[in-house]
Design a protein around this ligand. Structure first.
Ligand SMILES: NC(=O)c1ccc[n+]([C@@H]2O[C@H](COP(=O)([O-])OP(=O)(O)OC[C@H]3O[C@@H](n4cnc5c(N)ncnc54)[C@H](O)[C@@H]3O)[C@@H](O)[C@H]2O)c1
Length: 418
């Protein structure tokens, strides 16, 4: 079965072209939708057979498509996904899936009622190191997991304005005019890149669940300084006050039902080089830390596999060291890739070379491939609507945490009506 796909949102949708080229048997791109004539023209010039729509409602009414990739600005994802599902189309939604708790609940209900396939396109879960760690957590290599950290730190300040110097959705155009906050508001506005891989390692919504959370945010000084330095004098946003509803950096803590703790950071304003995967994981038998920058290898130390023993294995100060450890060295980190013979994820073993041709460390390839497998009924969506709602709900809850000066709040169990 070849799925006939329509892309809504021609910019991000365009980054999937390389993935689609490798998946021609599974997915055929037949339509694109974007209100911008310029964006549509760019697509048609490259692919003359495409149906072009400037209106989302027309796209989802087309009998020529089976599925929609919702790659529009974040505040549209939930409403457009629900419209598409109700029109009988399968949906792959860009992150985050929803920006309010009401939207999270409604999205879950719509998927349950329509029975259509829904998947969230959290590509960070499919990066090589993330999948290898998943393989290792599935085989209990780190022992019982206790703690994880994730961060999405990406200076996106230049994306807050368009070429006419009007605010884009990343600049909070929705947040200022309505009650829908976005991306850089005072909360964790983009939690799924950091949380997604961790949720999969910890079995969230499978064997554990997120229960309680709080978030603290910084002022938005880097954002303000940037705006004051680049915007022309007299521009409405070239003032100290314009950025008071925003944050540079948000830190979220989450407790799980099994007593694990997750710490997330989201920062889309602070000046520094971008590196995509910032994660760490602690278990009772070992630990994982991703590289601090793109040239540094991810590292692991696993008791019994890696070199050395953890300091506590040397015993108390006055206790004799066990004879078998008398010559043992202290624990030493080793590059994760040294364990690839044993733990490389089967996806990366088989399709790694195809995946690396696509964007975002291979994630964009595997997202499309798994979506095709899910639509054709061969697998359940690996990032289903319950994951999408749970991970995305951190955003609206985090804003409420901030409003309540850090009071911890419950994370709903979106699976309870299932
Ligand atoms: N997963 C990732 O790594 C990743 C990377 C980049 C962007 N994204 C996500 O993809 C989405 C789009 O991001 P972007 O950078 O392309 O944003 P963008 O603002 O640059 O582009 C959005 C596009 O959507 C179009 N659009 C606006 N309203 C529309 C509508 N009603 N119907 C159809 N098209 C519409 C716009 O004309 C524009 O071409 C965002 O949600 C973002 O979070 C994810």
């Amino acid at each position: 079965m070849t799925i006939r796909l329509g892309i809504a949102g021609g910019n991000r949708g365009g980054s999937f072209e390389r993935s689609l080229a490798s998946l021609e048997e599974e997915i055929e791109l037949v339509a694109v939708c974007d209100p911008s004539d310029e964006v549509l023209r760019g697509w048609i010039d490259k692919r003359s057979g495409l149906e072009a729509f400037s209106n989302f409602e027309d796209l989802i009414e087309s009998p020529n498509i089976d599925a929609v990739f919702v790659a529009t600005p974040m505040p549209f994802h939930a409403a457009q996904s629900m419209m598409a599902l109700n029109a009988g189309k399968h949906v792959l939604s860009e992150v985050i899936a929803a920006t309010t708790l009401d939207e999270c609940y409604a999205l879950v209900e719509t998927v349950e009622q329509t029975g259509m396939t829904y998947m969230m396109a959290e590509n960070y879960c499919y990066r090589r190191e993330a999948m290898m760690i998943k393989n290792m957590t599935d085989s209990h290599a780190f022992g019982d997991l206790t703690y994880a950290e994730g961060a999405y730190i990406h200076d996106c300040r230049d994306l807050m304005f368009d070429s006419n110097l009007a605010r884009t959705w990343r600049g909070g155009s929705w947040g200022k005019s309505g009650d829908q906050k976005t991306h850089s508001s005072r909360g964790n506005g983009y939690p799924t890149h950091s949380l997604g891989p961790i949720a999969q390692w910890l079995g969230i919504n499978r064997s554990d669940r997120l229960t309680l959370t709080t978030t603290f945010v910084t002022s938005s000084l880097a954002r303000r300084d940037w705006a004051l330095s680049v915007l022309p004098e007299g521009h409405i946003d070239a003032t100290e006050d314009a950025w008071s509803d925003f944050t540079d950096s948000a830190t979220t803590l989450i407790q799980t039902e099994k007593g694990r703790v997750i710490c997330l950071r989201k920062d889309s304003a602070s000046p520094r080089p971008h590196n995509m995967a910032l994660h760490s994981l602690q278990g009772t038998k070992g630990a994982y830390i991703s590289g601090r920058h793109t040239d540094e290898d991810p590292l692991v130390w696993i008791n019994g596999i890696s070199t050395g023993v953890s300091p506590a294995n040397f015993g108390y100060k006055d206790m004799a060291r066990p004879p078998e450890l008398s010559d043992a060295r202290g624990a030493e980190w080793q590059p994760l890739w040294e364990l690839s013979n044993q733990y490389e994820h089967p996806y990366w073993k088989e399709y790694g070379s195809e995946a690396t041709k696509a964007g975002h460390g291979g994630g964009d390839y595997f997202i499309m491939r798994d979506f095709a497998l899910a639509v054709s009924g061969k697998i359940d969506p690996p990032i289903d609507v319950y994951d999408a709602a749970t991970w995305s709900s951190v955003f609206p809850i985090s804003m409420e945490n901030v409003n309540r000066m850090g009071e911890p709040l419950k994370i709903p169990d979106f699976r309870k009506n299932r």
